[in-house]
Design a protein around this ligand. Structure first.
Ligand code: HH2
Length: 280
Protein backbone atom coordinates (compact mmCIF):
# COMPACT_ATOMS: atom_id res chain seq x y z
CA UNK A 1 0.00 0.00 0.00
CA UNK A 2 1.54 3.30 -1.01
CA UNK A 3 1.51 6.59 0.91
CA UNK A 4 -1.18 9.01 -0.24
CA UNK A 5 -0.62 12.06 -2.41
CA UNK A 6 -2.52 15.30 -1.84
CA UNK A 7 -2.48 17.65 -4.84
CA UNK A 8 -2.40 21.41 -4.17
CA UNK A 9 -5.03 23.55 -5.88
CA UNK A 10 -4.73 27.22 -4.96
CA UNK A 11 -7.64 29.30 -6.27
CA UNK A 12 -5.73 32.49 -5.45
CA UNK A 13 -3.91 35.30 -7.25
CA UNK A 14 -0.93 35.26 -4.89
CA UNK A 15 0.08 31.75 -3.76
CA UNK A 16 3.84 31.37 -3.70
CA UNK A 17 3.99 28.73 -6.41
CA UNK A 18 0.80 28.53 -8.48
CA UNK A 19 -0.75 31.90 -7.62
CA UNK A 20 -2.91 33.32 -10.44
CA UNK A 21 -2.88 30.17 -12.54
CA UNK A 22 -6.14 28.71 -11.22
CA UNK A 23 -8.11 31.73 -10.05
CA UNK A 24 -10.56 31.17 -12.88
CA UNK A 25 -13.19 28.47 -12.10
CA UNK A 26 -12.68 26.49 -15.32
CA UNK A 27 -8.88 26.53 -14.99
CA UNK A 28 -9.13 25.41 -11.35
CA UNK A 29 -11.46 22.50 -12.07
CA UNK A 30 -9.41 21.43 -15.09
CA UNK A 31 -6.23 21.39 -12.99
CA UNK A 32 -8.00 19.47 -10.22
CA UNK A 33 -9.15 16.83 -12.69
CA UNK A 34 -5.67 16.74 -14.22
CA UNK A 35 -4.24 15.92 -10.78
CA UNK A 36 -6.89 13.21 -10.30
CA UNK A 37 -5.87 11.67 -13.63
CA UNK A 38 -2.24 11.82 -12.44
CA UNK A 39 -3.14 9.78 -9.36
CA UNK A 40 -3.92 12.31 -6.62
CA UNK A 41 -5.73 10.69 -3.70
CA UNK A 42 -6.91 14.02 -2.32
CA UNK A 43 -7.19 17.49 -3.89
CA UNK A 44 -6.61 20.32 -1.42
CA UNK A 45 -8.55 23.44 -2.44
CA UNK A 46 -7.46 26.76 -0.94
CA UNK A 47 -8.69 30.30 -1.53
CA UNK A 48 -6.28 32.23 0.70
CA UNK A 49 -2.50 32.11 0.44
CA UNK A 50 -0.59 31.36 3.62
CA UNK A 51 2.84 32.14 2.17
CA UNK A 52 5.06 34.39 4.31
CA UNK A 53 3.75 37.96 4.18
CA UNK A 54 0.45 37.05 2.50
CA UNK A 55 -2.45 39.44 3.01
CA UNK A 56 -5.71 38.06 4.47
CA UNK A 57 -8.69 37.54 2.13
CA UNK A 58 -12.29 38.64 2.86
CA UNK A 59 -14.60 35.78 3.80
CA UNK A 60 -17.04 36.46 0.94
CA UNK A 61 -14.21 36.40 -1.60
CA UNK A 62 -12.75 33.17 -0.21
CA UNK A 63 -16.20 31.54 -0.33
CA UNK A 64 -16.63 32.69 -3.93
CA UNK A 65 -13.27 31.17 -4.92
CA UNK A 66 -13.50 27.87 -3.06
CA UNK A 67 -17.05 26.55 -2.86
CA UNK A 68 -17.88 26.10 -6.59
CA UNK A 69 -14.53 24.36 -7.18
CA UNK A 70 -15.08 21.99 -4.25
CA UNK A 71 -18.56 21.20 -5.54
CA UNK A 72 -17.26 20.45 -9.04
CA UNK A 73 -14.40 18.18 -7.87
CA UNK A 74 -16.06 16.29 -5.00
CA UNK A 75 -17.79 13.72 -7.24
CA UNK A 76 -14.38 12.76 -8.67
CA UNK A 77 -11.95 12.68 -5.74
CA UNK A 78 -11.65 13.20 -2.01
CA UNK A 79 -11.52 16.97 -1.52
CA UNK A 80 -9.96 18.80 1.40
CA UNK A 81 -10.40 22.49 2.06
CA UNK A 82 -7.39 24.57 3.13
CA UNK A 83 -8.84 27.38 5.21
CA UNK A 84 -8.69 28.99 8.65
CA UNK A 85 -12.18 30.51 8.45
CA UNK A 86 -15.00 28.50 10.09
CA UNK A 87 -17.61 29.80 7.61
CA UNK A 88 -15.50 28.79 4.61
CA UNK A 89 -14.80 25.38 6.16
CA UNK A 90 -18.51 24.81 6.85
CA UNK A 91 -19.54 25.82 3.32
CA UNK A 92 -16.84 23.67 1.71
CA UNK A 93 -17.72 20.63 3.84
CA UNK A 94 -21.34 21.22 2.90
CA UNK A 95 -20.34 21.33 -0.78
CA UNK A 96 -18.65 17.91 -0.61
CA UNK A 97 -15.22 18.31 0.99
CA UNK A 98 -14.57 15.62 3.62
CA UNK A 99 -11.25 16.80 5.06
CA UNK A 100 -10.52 20.14 6.73
CA UNK A 101 -6.89 21.20 6.27
CA UNK A 102 -6.44 23.68 9.07
CA UNK A 103 -3.10 25.52 9.22
CA UNK A 104 -4.34 27.30 12.37
CA UNK A 105 -5.04 23.96 14.11
CA UNK A 106 -8.07 25.53 15.77
CA UNK A 107 -11.18 24.48 13.81
CA UNK A 108 -11.69 20.99 15.20
CA UNK A 109 -15.24 21.82 16.38
CA UNK A 110 -16.18 22.61 12.78
CA UNK A 111 -14.77 19.26 11.64
CA UNK A 112 -16.59 17.43 14.45
CA UNK A 113 -19.93 19.04 13.56
CA UNK A 114 -19.60 17.92 9.93
CA UNK A 115 -18.11 14.52 10.81
CA UNK A 116 -15.15 15.41 8.60
CA UNK A 117 -11.49 14.56 8.89
CA UNK A 118 -9.24 17.27 10.31
CA UNK A 119 -5.59 18.17 9.76
CA UNK A 120 -3.89 20.01 12.63
CA UNK A 121 -0.86 21.88 11.30
CA UNK A 122 1.73 23.64 13.45
CA UNK A 123 2.48 27.30 12.77
CA UNK A 124 4.39 29.82 14.88
CA UNK A 125 2.77 33.27 14.49
CA UNK A 126 0.70 34.24 11.46
CA UNK A 127 1.57 34.14 7.75
CA UNK A 128 2.11 37.91 7.69
CA UNK A 129 4.94 37.82 10.24
CA UNK A 130 5.93 34.18 10.81
CA UNK A 131 9.26 34.21 8.93
CA UNK A 132 10.62 37.38 10.60
CA UNK A 133 12.55 35.69 13.40
CA UNK A 134 11.19 32.27 14.34
CA UNK A 135 12.62 30.93 17.59
CA UNK A 136 12.24 27.75 19.61
CA UNK A 137 14.12 26.26 22.56
CA UNK A 138 13.42 22.79 21.21
CA UNK A 139 11.62 22.90 17.87
CA UNK A 140 10.88 19.16 17.69
CA UNK A 141 9.65 18.89 21.28
CA UNK A 142 7.49 22.01 21.04
CA UNK A 143 5.90 21.08 17.71
CA UNK A 144 5.25 17.49 18.80
CA UNK A 145 3.70 18.59 22.10
CA UNK A 146 1.49 21.17 20.38
CA UNK A 147 0.22 18.65 17.84
CA UNK A 148 -0.43 16.00 20.49
CA UNK A 149 -2.42 18.48 22.56
CA UNK A 150 -4.55 19.66 19.60
CA UNK A 151 -5.11 16.09 18.39
CA UNK A 152 -6.33 15.05 21.84
CA UNK A 153 -8.70 18.03 21.98
CA UNK A 154 -10.12 17.11 18.58
CA UNK A 155 -10.56 13.44 19.50
CA UNK A 156 -12.30 14.45 22.73
CA UNK A 157 -14.63 16.67 20.69
CA UNK A 158 -15.57 13.71 18.51
CA UNK A 159 -13.36 14.09 15.41
CA UNK A 160 -12.81 10.55 14.22
CA UNK A 161 -10.03 11.20 11.70
CA UNK A 162 -7.27 13.44 13.04
CA UNK A 163 -4.08 14.16 11.08
CA UNK A 164 -0.98 16.00 12.28
CA UNK A 165 1.41 18.11 10.20
CA UNK A 166 4.62 19.80 11.46
CA UNK A 167 4.01 22.82 9.18
CA UNK A 168 7.24 22.98 7.21
CA UNK A 169 8.03 26.65 6.48
CA UNK A 170 5.41 28.08 8.84
CA UNK A 171 7.44 30.12 11.32
CA UNK A 172 10.58 28.03 10.84
CA UNK A 173 14.16 28.61 9.75
CA UNK A 174 15.98 26.26 7.39
CA UNK A 175 17.48 24.53 10.45
CA UNK A 176 14.04 24.16 12.08
CA UNK A 177 12.63 22.61 8.89
CA UNK A 178 15.51 20.15 8.71
CA UNK A 179 15.18 19.20 12.38
CA UNK A 180 11.47 18.51 11.88
CA UNK A 181 12.07 16.42 8.76
CA UNK A 182 14.68 14.41 10.65
CA UNK A 183 12.19 13.92 13.50
CA UNK A 184 9.34 12.62 11.33
CA UNK A 185 9.68 9.07 12.73
CA UNK A 186 8.84 10.53 16.15
CA UNK A 187 5.58 12.05 14.84
CA UNK A 188 4.77 8.83 12.98
CA UNK A 189 5.34 6.98 16.25
CA UNK A 190 2.35 8.75 17.81
CA UNK A 191 0.14 6.45 15.75
CA UNK A 192 -1.67 9.44 14.21
CA UNK A 193 -1.49 9.74 10.43
CA UNK A 194 1.07 12.39 9.48
CA UNK A 195 0.82 14.82 6.55
CA UNK A 196 3.86 16.76 5.33
CA UNK A 197 4.21 19.54 2.78
CA UNK A 198 7.65 20.48 1.51
CA UNK A 199 6.75 20.96 -2.15
CA UNK A 200 8.72 23.81 -3.81
CA UNK A 201 9.24 25.58 -0.47
CA UNK A 202 12.04 28.11 -0.22
CA UNK A 203 14.27 26.15 2.20
CA UNK A 204 14.70 23.58 -0.59
CA UNK A 205 16.13 26.31 -2.81
CA UNK A 206 18.66 27.21 -0.12
CA UNK A 207 19.73 23.69 0.87
CA UNK A 208 19.66 22.22 -2.62
CA UNK A 209 21.93 24.90 -4.12
CA UNK A 210 25.51 23.91 -4.69
CA UNK A 211 28.16 25.66 -2.60
CA UNK A 212 28.72 29.21 -3.88
CA UNK A 213 25.64 29.13 -6.14
CA UNK A 214 22.42 31.14 -5.95
CA UNK A 215 19.38 29.51 -4.28
CA UNK A 216 17.45 27.27 -6.67
CA UNK A 217 14.57 29.01 -8.46
CA UNK A 218 11.03 27.95 -7.61
CA UNK A 219 10.50 26.40 -11.03
CA UNK A 220 13.56 24.15 -10.56
CA UNK A 221 12.75 22.68 -7.15
CA UNK A 222 11.11 19.42 -8.29
CA UNK A 223 14.15 17.21 -7.54
CA UNK A 224 14.48 18.61 -4.01
CA UNK A 225 10.69 18.36 -3.53
CA UNK A 226 10.77 14.71 -4.57
CA UNK A 227 13.79 13.95 -2.39
CA UNK A 228 12.08 15.34 0.71
CA UNK A 229 8.74 13.70 -0.16
CA UNK A 230 10.50 10.35 -0.56
CA UNK A 231 12.29 10.80 2.76
CA UNK A 232 9.01 11.69 4.48
CA UNK A 233 7.22 8.69 2.96
CA UNK A 234 10.04 6.33 3.91
CA UNK A 235 9.87 7.74 7.43
CA UNK A 236 6.26 6.55 7.50
CA UNK A 237 4.12 9.61 6.81
CA UNK A 238 0.71 8.68 5.45
CA UNK A 239 0.36 11.56 2.97
CA UNK A 240 2.45 14.24 1.26
CA UNK A 241 1.05 17.55 0.00
CA UNK A 242 2.52 18.44 -3.39
CA UNK A 243 2.21 20.52 -6.54
CA UNK A 244 3.76 17.90 -8.88
CA UNK A 245 1.35 15.01 -8.54
CA UNK A 246 2.42 12.61 -11.32
CA UNK A 247 6.09 12.62 -10.27
CA UNK A 248 5.23 12.23 -6.59
CA UNK A 249 2.80 9.36 -7.24
CA UNK A 250 5.62 7.59 -9.04
CA UNK A 251 7.84 8.07 -5.98
CA UNK A 252 5.00 7.00 -3.65
CA UNK A 253 4.51 3.74 -5.56
CA UNK A 254 8.23 2.98 -5.26
CA UNK A 255 8.26 3.81 -1.56
CA UNK A 256 5.17 1.66 -1.02
CA UNK A 257 6.86 -1.29 -2.69
CA UNK A 258 10.03 -0.72 -0.67
CA UNK A 259 8.12 -0.61 2.59
CA UNK A 260 6.46 -3.94 1.77
CA UNK A 261 9.76 -5.51 0.76
CA UNK A 262 11.24 -4.40 4.09
CA UNK A 263 8.48 -6.22 5.91
CA UNK A 264 8.75 -9.38 3.86
CA UNK A 265 5.51 -8.63 2.03
CA UNK A 266 3.37 -8.03 5.08
CA UNK A 267 1.26 -4.87 5.11
CA UNK A 268 2.38 -2.44 7.83
CA UNK A 269 0.24 -2.35 10.94
CA UNK A 270 -0.85 0.96 12.48
CA UNK A 271 1.48 1.97 15.32
CA UNK A 272 -1.41 2.19 17.79
CA UNK A 273 -4.57 0.18 18.28
CA UNK A 274 -6.91 2.75 16.76
CA UNK A 275 -9.32 0.65 14.76
CA UNK A 276 -9.60 0.88 11.00
CA UNK A 277 -7.32 3.37 9.24
CA UNK A 278 -8.70 3.95 5.77
CA UNK A 279 -5.82 6.20 4.70
CA UNK A 280 -3.19 3.51 4.96
N1 HH2 B 1 1.64 24.47 3.08
C1 HH2 B 1 1.00 25.47 2.44
C2 HH2 B 1 -0.38 25.60 2.52
N2 HH2 B 1 -1.13 24.72 3.24
N3 HH2 B 1 -1.26 22.80 4.61
C3 HH2 B 1 -0.67 21.80 5.27
N4 HH2 B 1 -1.40 20.93 5.98
N5 HH2 B 1 0.70 21.64 5.23
C4 HH2 B 1 1.51 22.48 4.54
O1 HH2 B 1 2.75 22.31 4.56
C5 HH2 B 1 0.90 23.57 3.82
C6 HH2 B 1 -0.52 23.71 3.89
C7 HH2 B 1 1.80 26.43 1.62
O2 HH2 B 1 1.86 26.01 0.27
P1 HH2 B 1 0.92 26.52 -0.93
O3 HH2 B 1 -0.51 26.14 -0.72
O4 HH2 B 1 1.49 26.02 -2.20
O5 HH2 B 1 1.08 28.07 -0.96
P2 HH2 B 1 0.17 29.28 -0.46
O6 HH2 B 1 0.00 29.14 1.00
O7 HH2 B 1 0.97 30.48 -0.87
O8 HH2 B 1 -1.15 29.22 -1.18
Amino acid sequence: MRPLVMGVLNVTPDSFSDGGRYLDFDAAVAHGLHMVAAGADVVDVGGESSRPGAAPVEEAEELRRVVPVVEALAPHVRVSVDTVKPAVAEAALDAGATLLNDVSASLWATAAAADAGWVAMHMQGTPRTMQRDPRYDDVVGEVAAFLAERAAAASDAGVREVWIDPGIGFGKTVAHNLALLRALPLLVGTGLPVLVGTSRKSFLGVIGARRGHEPIALSDRLPASLATAAWAMLAGVAMVRVHDVAATVQAAILVGETRLADLGGAAPEPASAGGERPWR
